[in-house]
Ligand binder design. Structure first.
Ligand SMILES: Cc1ncc(COP(=O)(O)O)c(C=O)c1O
Length: 386
């Protein structure tokens, strides 16, 4: 009997996050599930996009990205992340960091090789590993501060380890990896000749004076790190699909080949506008972090008052909560119950774990929303009867 669906496609499920968004629409709920802003993107960036279309940047760009955008990425990476980079040979512009991640993993991993992933993890990394034939190895981030055990990490490296995926600031936990933690990871990468693939798309969304450090800026790591980023979160442009991977020339030429045959390129006029976005001054980033801090403080307090156990994030725009103390052991049923009864959509915790049981008492809220949307959610959450 011939199966038309591939074993690969069968080995992972549809995205729970996107599914929750659809259920939310059905119940006309407040969507605190999928992490996208409901407020407008900055006016000057939208103008730059309209101008790029009028100026006829409407055909394919160079497959690895328009020169203006690559120069802007290089300038920003040096200025904010303290790493110099050659825009000609070390940057690949992709369709969002989503494509940058899968293209990077496909460019470096052979079937059967191992990839280390911190758990809980952004749900894409699971299917990403399957699609490139990698064997994922999960390292627990321990609550409440989401630290990892250095010994457990050391023991997970071996001769088959090809890469480690790191997301800081982290979705879903809000953890921001410290310099000491990054140094431990760097030491192991150097010892075992492993490549780090870092997803840094929340690098400007930081709270309580926390700093973001790029792994590539640590000694010896520049040429063995692939740094992934995009305009989605920093400039509230999740629908534009412009992201990039920064890597050494040898890794970049492999990433560029995979990228070219996957998508050819990201939308040309939006790449031109992204170059304008990356040149925003420091006040923009300061305002972004301050606004998010107000939203975080508001929603975290509302959730605590409603009885959720809240893990206060130090970065990114999600709040992981635990409801185990209410006797709840089925996060999926609980998330459905929340959206059906009070109209607030969340993501069941199990979507961030390799084994659903590990996230069975957790739900994740996101808060890239107007204050009035969060107030609506708060009103509904106050009515929630455990
Ligand atoms: C950690 C992380 N990486 C990547 C993405 C997707 O980013 P992009 O829109 O650049 O593909 C998300 C979106 O929620 C995310 O949380």
């Amino acid at each position: 009997m011939k199966h038309f669906v591939s074993d690969r496609a069968q080995s992972f499920t549809e995205s729970v996050i996107r599914e929750m968004t659809r259920i939310c629409l059905k119940h006309q709920g407040v969507n605190l599930a999928q992490g996208f802003p409901d407020f407008p993107a900055p006016q000057e960036i939208k103008e730059a996009a309209a101008e790029a279309i009028r100026a006829d940047f409407n055909q394919y760009a160079i497959t690895w990205g328009t020169p203006r955008l690559r120069q802007a990425i290089a300038g920003k990476f040096t200025g904010y992340n303290s790493v110099t980079v050659d825009p000609e040979r070390e940057i690949t512009v992709c369709c969002g960091s989503t494509e940058a991640m899968i293209a990077s993993l496909m460019a470096i991993v052979n079937p059967g090789e191992e990839v280390i992933i911190f758990e809980p993890f952004y749900e894409n990394y699971g299917p990403d590993s399957i699609l490139c034939g990698a064997r994922p190895r999960f390292i627990t981030l321990h609550e409440p501060d989401w630290h990892f055990d250095g010994q457990e990490l050391a023991q997970s490296f071996n001769n088959k380890t090809k890469a480690i995926v790191l997301n800081t600031p982290n979705n879903p936990t809000g953890k921001v990896f410290s310099r000491e933690e990054l140094q431990d990871i760097a030491d192991l990468c150097l010892k075992w000749n492993v490549i780090a693939v870092t997803d840094e798309i929340y690098e400007h969304i930081l709270y309580d004076g926390t700093n973001h450090i790029s792994l590539a800026s640590l000694p010896g790591m520049r040429d063995r790190t692939i740094t992934i980023n995009s305009i989605s979160k920093t400039y509230s442009l999740t629908g534009w699909r412009v992201g990039w991977a920064i890597a050494s020339p040898a890794l970049t030429s492999s990433i560029r080949k995979v990228h070219d045959f996957l998508t050819v390129g990201a939308p040309h006029p939006l790449q031109e506008a992204a170059a304008a976005a990356l040149r925003m001054d420091h006040l923009y980033y300061q305002g972004l972090a301050e606004d998010y801090q107000k939203r975080r403080d508001f929603l975290a307090r509302v959730l605590e008052e409603a009885g959720f156990r809240v893990y206060w994030p130090r970065g990114a725009y999600y709040i992981m909560t635990d409801v185990g103390h209410w006797g709840i052991r089925d996060d999926v049923a609980f998330a459905h119950h929340l959206v059906e009864t009070i109209g607030v959509a969340t993501v069941p915790g199990s979507s961030f774990y390799s084994h659903p049981s590990l996230g069975a008492t957790k739900v994740r809220f996101c808060f890239p929303k107007k204050m009035e949307t969060l107030e609506q959610a708060a009103e509904r959450l106050r009515k929630f009867k455990k």
